[in-house]
Design a protein around this ligand. Structure first.
Ligand code: CMC
Length: 424
């Protein structure tokens, strides 16, 4: 085993070095504090590994993303969301029998308890569906209390099965339409689209082009190692909180515009530029201005510093799907122009800011008829198997201690309490 040396106040400490299967190097600082009294400081966790994980590999410089070793490009082209979910959760591609059983389980568990439908009535019509999703997922714990140690496998299935029902019910509620029950004869994605867009009065035919596009979108979102929401799920799970509470926390973390909420922010930005006359160059200038809060949403990534492989797949898919559906969207043109100009601009080049997964996903969701405020919900449905795989990895791991970072205190030193009459 190699070690790294750490010198502080003239004293040197040897720290073990950990190497991943792709030769990633980490210095194990677990004993640093007990040996030296010092801690490391890394706000935003730029250089901090929170765990060892066997689920997803990313090489941000090369634009590589693999789930359980399989390149994202192959999974997006050849797999579907249910199979990819199984892969993430179990580490291997399923056999035909395993996949059949998993699909049947997802169908069997797709309804939510009838009483839960009443919860939707309590929200105002313009409630953000991410708030509803997070609350509903947390509420599932009241129906499926985490009492037995081995009960979480069925709760994993319940969550993947029910999340699309909850999402579609939230949407139906927001537009004042009756909810549509899940159907046992539909695939995972077809079922979701049917619950979203069917109305009792008329026949709705699920478009296979949309089913394929949705499968791809969900696969591309399914995991991304230690991102903000996944790290949140692991953080909450480390306290031994139940699986529903942990996932609900992940949904809340995903909601922010710097994370999953960026897909909604991108579409709103493109609409704003369109309504403003389409002068995209003006907005690039604004994004570069340090005195202006405006950022080019859908650009930049903490890990990808060359290109985001998911964005590359999505750019092509957006073009193909819009063509197949016969849709011409002016926002796609603005997006392509923004991308072109930003990729040539020294500000973006020097900072290695490239389009990320959210830059094109909104265009596709819009073409599918999904309303803008549901975009982040779509991301959550996609990310769920990843969160669950991490939850499971943490719970099954033998070295899972409660997550408890330290801090460097910068506040006041000890001082005596001053009575109110003596305060200045
Ligand atoms: N537009 C303009 N400038 C930017 C942008 C942007 N979208 N992103 C980063 N910068 C600048 C930033 O101002 C900083 O400049 P300087 O060095 O002069 O101070 C530099 O680039 C580095 O940015 P940072 O904020 O330190 O980078 P980060 O790694 O902390 O943040 C990010 C990454 C994704 C939060 C950020 O790039 C961003 O806010 N992007 C827009 C939101 C977005 O699209 N988020 C979705 C991410 S992909 C989906 C997911 O996995 O969550």
């Amino acid at each position: 085993m190699t070690t790294a040396s750490f010198t502080l106040d003239g004293k040197t400490y040897e720290l073990p070095v950990v190497r991943g299967t792709e030769d990633e190097v980490g210095v194990d600082i677990t004993k640093l504090r007990s040996l030296s009294g010092a801690i490391t400081l890394d706000p935003g966790f730029n250089s901090t590994g929170a765990c060892e994980s066997a689920i997803t590999y990313i090489d941000g410089d090369q634009g590589i993303l693999r789930y359980r070793g399989y390149p994202i490009e192959q999974l997006a082209e050849k797999s579907d969301f249910v199979e990819t979910s199984w892969l993430l959760l179990n580490g291997e591609l399923p056999t035909a029998d395993q996949l059949k059983k998993f699909r049947a389980q997802l169908t069997y568990h797709s309804m939510i308890h009838e009483d839960m439908k009443k919860f939707f009535e309590g929200y105002p019509p313009n409630a953000h569906p991410m708030a509803i999703l997070s609350a509903m997922v947390s509420s599932l714990s009241t129906y499926y209390p985490d009492t037995e140690d081995d009960s979480y496998e069925v709760n994993i299935v319940r969550l993947i099965a029910k999340v699309r029902t909850i999402a579609a019910y939230a949407y139906k509620k927001s537009i004042g339409q009756p909810t549509i029950y899940p159907r046992n004869d539909y695939s995972y994605c077809a079922n979701f689209l049917n619950m979203m867009f069917a109305v009792p009065a008329e026949e709705y035919k699920v478009n296979p082009v949309l089913v394929r596009a949705l499968n791809m979108l969900l696969i591309l979102h399914a995991d991304h190692e230690q991102n903000c929401s996944t790290a949140t799920v692991r953080m909450v799970a480390s306290s031994r909180a139940n699986i529903f509470a942990s996932i609900s926390a992940g949904i809340s973390a995903l909601w922010g515009p710097l994370h999953g909420g960026a897909n909604q922010a991108v579409l709103e930005m493109l609409e704003m530029i369109h309504q403003d006359g389409g002068d995209y160059k003006k907005w690039v200038v604004k994004a570069k201005d340090k005195d202006d809060n405006f950022r080019l949403m859908g650009f930049g990534h903490r890990v990808y510093k060359n290109f985001d492989p998911r964005a590359t797949i999505l750019r092509k898919m957006s073009n193909d799907v819009l063509k197949e559906l016969g849709i011409s969207d002016p926002l796609l043109e603005i997006a392509c122009n923004l991308e072109k100009i930003a990729l040539e601009d020294p500000y973006f080049v020097e900072r290695k800011l490239y389009p990320n997964v959210d830059f094109y996903s909104g265009i596709l969701y819009r073409a599918m008829g999904i309303p803008t405020n549901m975009f982040t919900v779509m991301f959550a449905i996609g990310r769920l198997p990843g969160w669950l795989a991490h939850w499971k990895e943490l719970r099954d791991g033998d070295s899972s201690r409660i997550y408890r970072p330290r801090q460097i205190y910068t506040g006041a030193r000890e001082r005596d309490y001053v009575s109110i009459g003596d305060r200045k």
